[in-house]
Design a protein around this ligand. Structure first.
Ligand code: CO8
Length: 259
């Protein structure tokens, strides 16, 4: 499959890497790009050999937001009825394998929201996060007002959504928006290293862990803990649980079969 707005490759046969590639518009997210991104994500998700996916951009921009030039002409009826802007944005939420966002440069508006839809964010030291939609007369539309406060708390989320100021990588790490910050030159290796670690584990356990952590944002504590417990119980039906525990006791490396 050939793409015009993204680049797609694999590493070590088990990590899928998707690079947003609209350099002239700082990777602004238009309908065509989001369609291609959804197709590529679904293809990696369906590929048994792939254990983890990395989503990244360029040094200057992960993505500077939804494409303002494409959006500017729409009326309320266009957006509400035709769903032109929003229709492709939810695909990433249905991906069951882990998706790591490797963010360098601007992650603004829909770009910040897209990064937050990934499972965790590794940032380069030049990363800048922001929800500046207020400056162009709108508000975040892909979950920014919901995921940002869950990540950084109400005060910082309000500050960013209301003033449109950007948060640098160091502040984003302190606030819990990103899991690690590395120099830009090390970003690709750091993300790949994390992805290879994940891809080395049992895919079933990895998917269960992702599902269970995500449940924390959808349920109360008791329901979430019960959901986790049932998934934990279910993993005892897998060969990988036997293999993982046997290997530990025999002091050898496990050989997971994803079964
Ligand atoms: N959309 C379209 N084009 C863009 C965008 C964008 N979001 N951001 C940058 N570009 C283009 C510029 O127009 C420019 O193009 P050209 O060279 O043809 O003039 C090129 O990229 C380079 O940009 P700048 O010259 O502006 O570069 P600077 O280094 O001076 O500034 C900034 C970089 C600060 C990132 C600046 O470009 C900027 O402020 N961009 C807009 C950021 C923004 O407002 N983002 C939010 C957009 S709204 C949104 O994301 C809503 C999400 C809702 C999703 C709903 C779906 C569910």
């Amino acid at each position: 499959m050939s793409y015009e707005n993204i680049e797609v490759r694999t590493e070590a046969g088990k990590v899928g890497i998707i690079t947003l590639h609209r350099p002239k518009a700082l990777n602004a997210l238009n309908d065509a790009l989001m369609t291609e991104l959804g197709t590529a994500l679904k293809a990696f998700d369906a590929d048994d050999a792939i254990g983890c996916i990395i989503l990244t951009g360029s040094e200057r921009a992960f993505a500077a937001g939804a494409d303002i030039a494409a959006m500017a002409k729409y009326s309320f009826i266009d957006t509400y009825k035709g769903d032109y802007i929003t229709r492709n944005w939810e695909t990433i939420r249905a991906i069951r394998k882990p998706v790591i966002a490797a963010v360098s440069g601007f992650a603004l508006g829909g770009g910040c929201e897209l990064a937050m839809m990934c499972d965790f964010i590794i940032a380069a030291d030049n990363a800048k996060f922001g929800q500046p939609e207020i400056k162009i007369g709108v508000i975040p539309g892909a979950g920014g007002t919901q995921r940002l406060p869950r990540a950084v708390g109400k005060s910082k989320a309000m500050d960013m959504a209301l003033t449109a100021r950007m948060m640098d990588a160091a502040e984003a790490e302190r606030a819990g928006l990103v899991s690690r910050v590395v120099p830009y030159e090390k970003l690709a290796d750091e993300a790949l290293g994390a992805a290879l670690v994940i891809a080395g584990y049992s895919q079933i356990a990895v998917m269960a862990a992702k599902e269970s952590v995500n449940r924390a944002f959808e349920s109360g504590l008791s329901d979430g803990v019960m959901f986790e417990r049932r998934l934990f119980h279910a993993l005892f039906a897998t060969q990988d649980q036997k293999e993982g525990m046997d290997a530990f006791l025999a002091k050898r490396q496990p050989d997971f079969k994803n079964a």
